[in-house]
Design a protein around this ligand. Structure first.
Ligand code: CMP
Length: 149
């Protein structure tokens, strides 16, 4: 058993579309534990740190201006193999490749606004969780129900 933490962010526009609950519900129903959550408008410096690996891409400026354009919902989920499982629930980055049943496949039309970000590796997850959350803002919990998932 490998319990992992992953960082998940609902991007600008998701609050306005009133689909926050629908999206969180997908992770909850899978059996993942929501252990951290906050709403924030990302400052440009934090956006640049978060997307540092894309700093040489031609879409980087657009990415930073979009992600800082309105409030996001930042979350930490915990569970067995949380990192790869959450990536599958979100679907591929390119929305034209995201199948129905995935979050991106069901809710987004443009890759630049693919509505959700999820850590792509354990290393990214650790970095991203630490960028957005202090240790005291994360609450691990158990409910005794893991046998049902
Ligand atoms: P995300 O998972 O947040 O990680 C990097 C983001 O860059 C990605 O989701 C997309 O929203 C965005 N992105 C990736 N490729 C492109 C692209 N070709 N044009 C614009 N944005 C992109």
């Amino acid at each position: 058993m490998e319990t992992q933490r992953s960082f998940v962010m609902l991007k600008p526009g998701v609050l306005q579309r009133r689909i926050v609950g629908d999206i969180i519900s997908r992770f909850e129903k899978k059996g993942l534990n929501l252990v951290g959550i906050k709403i924030l408008t990302i400052p440009p410096a934090l956006a640049c740190a978060h997307y540092a690996e894309h700093s040489n891409k031609d879409f980087f400026q657009h990415l930073v201006s979009y992600i800082t354009s309105g409030p996001v919902v930042a979350m930490v989920f915990e569970g067995e193999f949380a990192v790869p499982i959450i990536r599958k629930i979100c679907g591929p980055t390119r929305v034209d490749e995201a199948p129905p049943g995935t979050i991106r496949g069901d809710f987004s039309m443009h890759t630049a606004q693919n509505i959700v970000h999820a850590s792509d590796s354990l290393e990214s997850a650790e970095k991203e969780v630490n960028l957005f959350f202090k240790p005291e803002e994360i609450f691990s919990w158990t409910d005794g129900n893991s046998m049902w998932f």
